[in-house]
Write a protein that binds this ligand. Structure first.
Ligand SMILES: Cc1ncc(COP(=O)(O)O)c(C=O)c1O
Length: 367
């Protein structure tokens, strides 16, 4: 039966027909300059050699410059995606019994990495207004075992982001309790405004970065950790790959950083337009709502709790009957997973329109 087929196998088999709104990937067309840089690198045979172990020359500096941290006592470690960065980070910094303050909903694979270290993610329920960590709740969650705070900002899956005051307040908690602050800034480029925790606690902040979402390199697997120089040795020691990361991806990402102002505004415009198209469709459907709008990322959550419908069933029906792939909430929350679906909208506009049309249909059918 189709329903029993693994959704990812189904979707990859029909890759071209699927509207991919399930993994916050970005299929809005990449700028020609970025594409050309990678094609040229392939033609020159760059892929025949290992890159320098610390990444292609100049790339680290470009990452630091992009964050305004060049010359500010920070170093970068190039990784195979942000997810390898957080793996290295958790492995090197956490011991058995440590606690990490985090949220639920969240990007749960990092929580799994924390657990692999014998440490415990202390998940604060944020599926309530304002749908993000509050300074008070973070403060209350600190105990003698707390080692770090995981601040995903903007937040997957809700699309919420933190104000300067909130980042400052959470940084202060890190300072007062001698904690590390892991600022996962995978979605920073989508935010209307964004404050880096390094503004307040530079010596305690480690950034987890990714090229999967902003420039659409999910399949290229490229990310970075950015850390105070004093943590450089320990993080490099634990890295899983001393031979660096995909060299073609690095060439493209370097070009993307160098030319950001040429491609980012257009990409954001399309992403925000798609977001609005979906919002308008959601408003027409009874008993559903968007907890966070506008989203500061390339995704948001559609709350379906009042309909009594199972988000997993909505996911299945959209996928197997309409080739639209979204995610039911259980992948993103241990406690609120039956209340929402997550939809990402960095897809070509026709994809967003198709989802907007099919969602109403599917909900009607299921009711
Ligand atoms: C918050 C967050 N961090 C890290 C990642 C990992 O990204 P990647 O490994 O593709 O760079 C993701 C992916 O969805 C994410 O949502």
């Amino acid at each position: 039966m189709l329903e029993e087929k693994d959704p990812f196998v189904y979707a990859h088999e029909k890759e071209k027909e699927i509207v991919w709104m399930s993994q916050n990937t970005n299929q809005i067309k990449t700028s020609p300059k970025i594409m050309e840089s990678m094609i040229k690198a392939l033609e020159e045979g760059k892929h025949n050699l290992y890159p320098h172990r610390d990444g292609i020359l100049g790339f680290k500096d470009d990452i630091l410059k992009d964050l305004g941290l060049k010359g500010e006592g920070f170093d970068a470690l190039i990784t195979n995606g942000g997810i390898e960065g957080t793996y290295t980070l958790t492995r090197s910094m956490l011991d058995e019994g440590d606690n990490v303050i985090a949220s639920d909903p969240s990007f749960m694979p990092i929580h799994h990495q924390i657990e692999l270290c014998g440490a415990e993610p202390k998940e604060i329920d944020i599926y309530k207004d304002p749908y993000k960590l509050s300074i008070d709740e973070v403060n209350e969650a600190v105990n003698g075992d707390t080692k770090m705070i995981l601040l995903i900002d903007p937040l997957n899956p809700l699309g919420s982001s933190y104000t300067e005051e909130e980042v400052k307040g959470i940084s202060q908690i890190a300072e007062d309790n001698d904690l590390l602050l892991i600022h996962d800034i995978t979605y920073r480029d989508f935010a209307y405004e964004h404050t880096l925790a390094s503004e307040f606690v530079p010596e305690r902040t480690i950034f987890a970065c990714s090229f999967s979402k902003n420039v659409g390199f999910a399949g290229m697997r490229l990310g970075a950790l950015v850390m105070p120089e004093e943590y450089s040795d320990i993080l490099h020691k634990y890295r899983t790959n001393v031979l660096s990361a995909n060299v073609i991806a690095q060439v493209g990402a370097k070009k993307a950083l160098e030319t950001k102002e040429e491609w980012l505004p257009d990409m954001l415009e399309q992403s925000r337009k798609n977001q609005k198209i979906i919002k308008e469709a959601v408003e027409e459907i009874p008993d559903v709502h968007l907890p966070v709008y506008p989203s500061s990322t390339n995704m948001f959550v559609i709350d379906v709790e009042k309909t009594g419908l199972d988000p997993q069933k909505i996911q299945k029906k959209l996928l197997y009957e309409h080739d639209v792939f979204v995610r039911g909430g259980n992948y993103l929350s241990k406690t609120a997973g039956d209340k929402f679906i997550r939809v990402s909208f960095t897809v070509p506009e026709e994809g967003a329109r198709k989802f907007a049309e099919k969602l109403a249909l599917v909900m009607d059918d299921l009711r």
